[in-house]
Write a protein that binds this ligand. Structure first.
Ligand code: PHE
Length: 532
């Protein structure tokens, strides 16, 4: 008798709480604590924040639900997921692939060689691989993003050491800038901290889903909130803090530009870890009895809360100390240490702040590594241990190139020239290139494809079928009954209602989200300029 090959049972989260904390850990990261405050500062404060909240609710939650449902349904990593669900032929995929090939040819005519060839190859791949390309792009994006994310995570660890040993003692932002440039320019040290960051990621992923990721996040996410609350209390009790609070929460719509709206939407995507299958992978470990709607709302809510709290932690201090809110990317590494140093017990606040940043980055970093690891475990049948170590080393090596390129790109003239020849912009470092490629291209394209695929190919009917498991009567209850608290009343619970959570979600996934993402995408790559 032939023996049946037995696939080992897939690991699972211990329950909904474990999943929500792990996924919130993935979402809450440098995006919320480092990037959000400075783009809010640059885009005028309160009104921008309001638009960002709207984007999270209108695009973030629907796409998050798509990804979790895809993952739980297929029980696979992103590549396995799309391999399983892609139909033998899809007209829509051929149409999209063909469109990209034509765009590539147009770019070549304008002498944009690097991007032209990229569009040609990518369009060809879409044509050939159909929707499977979404999964492939997700795993590749996870690999690429972690390579430079880990470098910044390493900076945060480096700054913890600096703050704790009282080396962040400067009075002005100019001094802080010198220290910052000195630090990121000392390649040996940066690579050392990048190594430490990757080592921590590998150690957690090595231990598995429940013992590694879940245990780590159950510790790190609450820690994040505690540190944040302490720092907010400190910031809010400074004399003059009120100006910072009103900067965050008084919407002045005259300061809001069309550009700002798009920045808000693009950021919502990155900060919620959407578009590359992190939530597909985490969703694949979710039990059938858990509520996907509620989880999606919780994860988005927690991440958004942290983004808003970050502003509440940083701007009161910035204003109280008389610094500028629109300082740009250096806000966290330059202004924040300068602000905290001036306070009584300065090193303590600085250390706490950078621990917060490092922990947040770590909880996101592990989700990126898990996407790549899960691919090798599911599809190549590697053991988790082997997959975590091998992919960790590969990512560390690629990240080394980013680390060198930030300040010492000139020392690798051959690579620099090759990159510049292909993609133009002689000054763009490898770090910028990978950041641009992933955040401005791969994530929005991935998100767009995930919506189109769920809405039109896999179909909202199948997706809702998956979501109904564990959502009790959530999906089918009339929206107004739900809001009125009548969800458990049988007369309000029927799949014949036209206005249910399920139907609303379907409309968003099929129409509203793809259009919104497409507009953002075209804007970010510069083909649609909405600057007033
Ligand atoms: N959401 C993370 C952050 O805000 C970044 C991230 C993007 C993590 C994509 C995983 C996947 O920093």
């Amino acid at each position: 008798m032939k023996e049946k090959s037995v696939t080992p049972e897939r690991e699972k989260w211990s329950g909904q709480l474990g999943f929500i904390l792990a996924a919130a850990g993935s979402a809450i990261g440098l995006g919320s604590i480092w990037r959000f405050p400075y783009i809010t500062g640059e885009n005028g404060g309160g009104a921008f924040m309001l638009v960002y909240l709207l984007c999270c609710a209108a695009v973030g939650i629907p796409v998050m639900i798509c990804e979790i449902a895809l993952g739980r349904h297929t029980q696979r990593n992103p590549i396995g997921c799309f391999n399983q669900l892609t139909p033998p032929a899809s007209l829509l995929a051929h149409f999209l692939g063909g469109g990209m090939v034509l765009t590539g040819i147009a770019l070549l005519c304008f002498h944009a060689i690097g991007w032209g060839v990229t569009a040609l190859i990518f369009g060809g791949l879409v044509f050939w691989k159909s929707w499977r390309i979404v999964g492939i792009m997700g795993v590749v994006a996870g690999f690429l993003i972690l390579s430079y994310y880990s470098v910044i995570g390493g900076w945060a660890i480096g700054y913890v050491v600096k703050a704790a040993s009282n080396q962040l003692t400067f009075e002005t932002v100019a001094q802080a800038k010198t220290t910052y440039l000195d630090f990121i320019g000392s390649t040996g040290r940066v690579i050392g901290f990048h190594f430490v960051f990757m080592l921590l990621c590998v150690a957690i992923i090595y231990k598995g889903v429940q013992k590694g990721i879940e245990t780590a996040c159950k510790f790190m996410v609450p820690l994040l909130f505690i540190i944040m609350l302490v720092l907010i209390l400190r910031a809010l009790t400074l004399p003059g803090a009120a100006a910072g609070v009103s900067f965050c929460f008084t919407p002045d719509f005259s300061k809001l530009t069309a550009q700002g709206v798009l920045v808000a939407l693009g950021h919502a995507f990155f900060t919620l870890s959407l578009g590359m299958g992190a939530m597909i992978t985490y969703g694949s470990y979710l039990g059938k009895n858990e509520n996907i709607f509620a989880s999606g709302v919780w994860i988005t809510g927690l991440d958004t809360l942290v983004s808003v709290l970050s502003c509440l932690m940083i701007f009161p201090a910035v204003f109280a100390m008389g610094f500028e809110p629109g300082e740009g990317p250096g806000l966290v590494f330059q202004v924040v240490p300068a602000v905290f140093h001036r306070l009584p017990a300065g090193p303590l606040w600085g250390t706490l702040f950078f621990i917060l940043l490092a922990v947040a980055a770590l909880a996101s970093g592990i989700s990126l590594l898990e996407v790549v690891t899960a691919y090798f475990v599911d599809e190549k049948k590697w053991t988790r241990h082997r997959a975590a170590i091998v992919t960790g080393i590969a990512i560390f090596l690629l990240g080394g190139l980013s680390a060198v390129s930030i300040e010492n790109w000139d020392k690798l003239p051959a690579i620099q020239k090759a990159v510049a020849a292909c993609f133009g912009g002689a000054r763009a470092s490898f770090f910028d290139l990978v950041d641009n490629l992933t955040c401005n291209w791969m994530l929005p394209l991935g998100g767009l494809f995930i919506c189109l695929f769920t809405g039109w190919i896999w179909g909202t009917r199948n997706a809702i079928g998956e979501i109904r498991h564990g959502s009790k009567n959530f999906a089918d209850v009339h929206l107004l009954s739900l809001m009125a608290g009548l969800k458990d009343d049988p007369s309000h619970n029927s799949s014949t209602h036209p206005l249910t959570l399920a139907s609303m979600w379907g409309i968003f996934v099929r129409f509203i989200c793809p259009v919104a993402i497409l507009i953002t995408f075209l804007h970010t790559i510069g083909w649609l300029n909405l600057k007033p």
